[in-house]
Write a protein that binds this ligand. Sequence first.
Ligand SMILES: [Zn+2]
Ligand SMILES: [Zn+2]
Length: 186
Amino acid sequence: MKLKLTILGLLALSSLTYFVAKNRVICPKSDEFALCKELAKEAQLALGIPQERHAEVVKMQSNDPMYTYPAYCSNENDKIYVNTEMLSQIPYGGKRCIFCHESVHIKYNDAKSTPKVENRADTEGFYATGCSQCTHEMAYGRSLQNEDELIKDGYLTSKEINKISADLKKQHKLCQYHKDNKLTYA
Ligand SMILES: [Zn+2]
Ligand SMILES: [Zn+2]
């Protein structure tokens, strides 16, 4: 059985447009797929996954039933599938959070998407970003979603992610990108 674990980061395209307008999409690389591979590698290293266990990043096909999601992973073949079209609309920090979330699933070889598993992927993943700004961007994305659904499925709410962001800010944690670009508002 093929089990798919996904991030309910940013669902509807209509809310994505608003998200983009508010956050300004800043992508340091014109090649979205190359950026995905780089961020997946960085996330898996941050989570202490040995290189030989790193999941391969694969482009999602547009007929994939999961194409409404920016990314998902499958424990069947240890691959992270990416929707580059959707990811290109998500701010850099949101992307880092997505790859950290998926990488926690890889780390624990999660076989099923349960509330407990998604809660761990969110919590451990967002801390693994080591950046108050990246998590702040993710919190904004989540604020556009149905809170009851998020809680039911084990995902952190916008408020909970902002708590992580505040915790990281207290420790002066910023990723290299946000250190260099000084675009913080968290
Ligand atoms: Zn997940
Ligand atoms: Zn950052």
